[in-house]
Every structure is written in C-alpha cells, then in structure tokens.
Design a protein around this ligand. Sequence first.
Ligand code: CO
Length: 193
Amino acid sequence: MTVKRIDHVAIVVHDIDQALSFYRDTLGLAVTHVEQVKDQDVAVAFLSLDGSEIELVKPITETSGVARYLAKHGPGIHHLCLEVDHLEATLAALKARGVQLIDEEPRIGSGGRRIAFIHPHSTYGVLIELYDSIAIVPGSILRSAAIEARALWAGLSAFWRNLSATGPTLREEAMNGNGRGIRLKAEGEIIEE
Ligand code: CO
C-alpha cells in the first residue's frame, strides 16, 4: 500500500456557479471539468491546481447523503481524496488493520473513476476517498452500469484523463464480469453522520 498524493479536496456547496465566483474568478483557478450524473444526485466541478484539484460538489436532489450533509453542516469541506497505487490491495491492507471502510471494494465515482471511502470514525473525523489511476474505459462502464453521465465541459477533464489509448483492461473486464454489477453511488453518498 502506497499513498501517493492528495488528489483533491471536495467542498460541498449550495450553488456551484456562485462558488465558482470565488474559486475560479477570485482565486483564478481553472475549471477543468464539470459533470452531472443523474443517477448519483450530484453535480461536480473540478478546479485545477498544480498536481491536485479542488472539487465543488452540489447535491441535485434533497434526499441524497450529500444533500443531508449540506443541510446539517452547511457548506464546507466534505472529503479528502488520496491517490493510492492499488485500490484493492490498499483496501485489503486497511481492513486487515481494523480500519473501518465504507467500501470494501471499489465503486465508480464521478469521472468514471474507481474509488472507495474510509469511514471518518477511523480517520479522526475526515471522510477520506481513495482512488487509483488504473485506466478504465468509461463507455463500457457507463453502458454496463446504465448511468447517464454528461461531460458538460470536457477540456482537460477528470472524466477523460483516465482514458488511455489501451483497450479495456483486465481489471475493468473483471469488474464488469463479476456478476454483481457495479455499485454506483454519488461522491460521499454515504455521508450521514
Ligand atoms: Co471526491
């Protein structure tokens, strides 16, 4: 298990456009990707820094975990995302050490990325998202999972950056072919503390 870097810090907001007036217009950060995933009840916008990102998350229904979190706590930092070298191995290692995992196996988050969350009970109060950068092919993931995702603004997007020139990986085929389907949840969907 190797933790490589902070990938992004997510901030939950009521209104992404309003929040952009600060993060984009005042701080001068570039928006690299905006995405709304209907089935996941959130819209997200990523702003790029040198080697990491700030993710603005806005619930688009009133019933999701993120919506409840926002209603309870107000806008603020929602989670921290760390890049690891190998997600499954990391999850297994954490579990073996008694860390409380929200996801014991990877699921698909925004941008079609494989992610998993560690429960704040084990992290001194911080929701931590883990991801690895193993390439996936969003088309097949999206088809198999029947989610509708719209890349509203691709650019140098998080959505596309994991696309490689390679075809489907063994990992992806294993995910699609495991007979259990792929669990889809929103960024931080589980948050109901
Ligand atoms: Co995130």
